[in-house]
Design a binder for this molecule. Structure first.
Ligand SMILES: *Cc1c(COP(=O)(O)O)cnc(C)c1O
Length: 399
C-alpha cells in the first residue's frame, strides 16, 4: 500500500525545496513599484548577492531562468565569429555550447566526458597552441547538474595562468551557488552566474550575473548585445526600473530577501559544510548498495570531483526508472531523472537517476530519501549490498 501521504519531497536538482519562510514572504499584495518598500528592499539585495559569490564586482539581475543567463552573458561579451573554448562535463555544458553557437559564437568544444575533470595538461597545451590568442573566453560549469561532475575552478585558473593566456574565465554556477564553495575573486573568475531556483531556495524566474572590470571591458565591443540583456544599465542603474529593465519581479524579490536572510543566519561556511556532509552520506549509501551489485555505482569516481548539491548514479536499466517510480508512488519522495547519460532512445537511459541535496535540505530529509530508496530496492528485488543506512547515518553521526 502507498505510504506517500504526508509532505512530499522533491529531491530533484531544481527547482529545490521552498522554505516556508520564503513562501510566507511572498504572501502579500502587489506593491507600488515606484516608491516605498519594494524599492528600499531591492537595494539591500546587491551587497548580499556579492557576498554570496565572493566578489566585489558587479551584479546584473534578470527576470529569467538559467537558459536566459547563457544568453545574457553571451550577448554582453561576444560578437559574431568570436572564438570561445567550452569545457563540457555533461548535458548542461553541451547545452551552453549550443546556445553560444546558435548566437553566432565560434565554439571550440573540449568534451570532458561525463565523469571527470578536464585533462589539465591537454587544456594547457591547447591554450599554449592558441598563439594568436583568438580564444576570448574559457567557459565551464562549476557543477554540471546532469552528471554531477564538479570542475576544479582554481585548477582551471592555474591552467590559464600557466599558459599565459588572457582569455576570460566564465563559470556557470547555477547548480552550485549556495551549495558548493565558490570564491569568484579569490579564484580569478571573471564572470559567473546563478539562477534563483537551486541553492538560492527561491522560485524559478530570477537570474544573476556577477562580472568584474575585466569582463566588462572585454565586452565593450560585443555586437550581440541587445537592450534587454545589456548588463551595464542593470549593474550601474541610476533609476530603479533599470535594475530589472522593467517591472521588478515583486514577489520574487520578497522571496529572495528572505532566502538571503536565511543564508546570512546560517552562514556560508556552515551551508557549504552541511551540503558536503549530506553529499557524503548519499555517496556512502550508494557505495554500500554497489558492493552487492556492480550495476549500482556513483557516476563520478573521484570524490573530489563530485558536486555537493546533486549526485548522479547508475542503477542499471530498467531499475533506475523502476526505483524512481516506486519511491515516488510509495513514499512521497521524487528523485531526479538521469539526464544526458545516454541518448533517450538508448535502453540504458532508464538506468540512471539523480538525488538532489540542494538548498533547504537537512539531515532527516536526505536520510529519509535514502531510506525510501533502500525500501524500494528491497520491494522491487533489485540486488544491493547491505549496510547502506548504517553507512549513511554514520556520516551524519560523525559530522
Ligand atoms: C539548471 C541549470 C541550468 C538551466 O537552468 P534553467 O533554469 O532550467 O533554465 C543551466 N546550467 C546548470 C548548471 C543548471 O544546473
Amino acid at each position: 500500500m502507498t505510504l506517500a501521504q504526508g509532505r512530499p519531497y522533491a529531491a530533484i536538482p531544481g527547482p529545490s525545496v521552498l522554505p516556508d519562510r520564503v513562501l510566507r514572504a511572498m504572501q502579500r499584495p502587489a506593491p507600488n513599484i515606484y516608491e516605498g518598500e519594494i524599492v528600499e528592499l531591492s537595494a539591500t539585495l546587491w551587497p548580499d548577492l556579492r557576498a554570496l559569490a565572493g566578489t566585489k564586482g558587479h551584479v546584473a539581475a534578470y527576470v529569467c531562468n538559467g537558459h536566459g543567463l547563457w544568453e545574457a552573458t553571451t550577448a554582453n561579451l561576444f560578437s559574431r565569429g568570436d572564438a570561445v573554448l567550452v569545457l563540457a562535463s555533461g548535458r548542461f555544458g553541451l547545452a551552453w555550447a549550443g546556445h553560444l553557437r546558435a548566437m553566432g559564437v565560434a565554439v571550440q568544444l573540449m568534451d570532458c566526458g561525463i565523469s571527470s575533470n578536464p585533462d589539465w595538461a591537454a587544456l594547457e597545451q591547447r591554450l599554449r597552441d592558441d598563439r594568436a590568442r583568438t580564444i576570448r573566453a574559457v567557459l565551464t560549469t562549476h557543477v554540471d547538474t546532469a552528471s554531477s561532475v564538479k570542475t576544479d575552478i582554481p585548477r582551471l585558473r592555474q591552467a590559464l595562468d600557466a599558459a599565459g593566456h588572457p582569455a576570460l574565465l566564465g563559470v556557470d554556477c547555477i547548480a552550485s551557488m549556495g551549495c558548493d564553495v565558490f570564491r569568484m575573486d579569490d579564484w580569478g573568475v571573471d564572470f559567473a552566474f546563478a539562477a534563483s531556483q537551486k541553492g538560492l531556495m527561491t522560485p524559478a524566474g530570477m537570474g544573476f550575473v556577477w562580472f568584474n572590470a575585466r569582463a566588462e571591458a572585454a565586452g565593450q565591443q560585443a555586437d550581440l548585445r541587445t537592450p534587454y540583456w545589456a548588463w551595464g544599465p542593470r549593474a550601474h542603474a541610476t533609476e530603479f526600473w533599470q535594475l530589472w529593465h522593467g517591472t521588478v519581479p515583486t514577489h520574487h524579490v520578497y522571496a529572495l530577501r528572505e532566502a538571503l536572510d536565511m543564508i546570512g543566519e546560517e552562514g556560508l561556511p556552515a551551508i557549504w559544510r552541511r551540503h558536503a556532509i549530506l553529499a557524503r552520506s548519499v555517496w556512502a549509501a550508494f557505495e554500500a548498495w554497489g558492493a552487492g551489485n556492480p550495476r549500482i555505482r556513483l557516476n563520478v569516481p573521484d570524490p573530489g570531483h563530485r558536486a555537493h548539491a546533486v549526485t548522479a548514479a547508475r542503477i542499471g536499466a530498467p531499475d533506475g526508472a523502476r526505483l524512481r517510480a516506486w519511491v515516488e508512488a510509495e513514499t512521497g519522495v521524487t528523485l531526479g531523472v538521469g539526464l544526458g547519460m545516454e541518448s533517450p532512445e538508448d535502453p540504458q537511459a532508464s538506468g540512471f537517476l539523480r538525488v538532489a541535496h540542494m538548498g533547504h535540505v537537512n539531515a532527516h530529509m536526505t536520510l529519509g530519501a535514502l531510506a525510501a530508496m533502500q525500501a524500494g530496492l528491497e520491494a522491487l528485488g533489485i540486488p544491493h549490498g547491505p549496510g547502506a543506512m548504517a553507512a549513511a547515518t554514520r556520516v551524519v553521526a560523525q559530522a
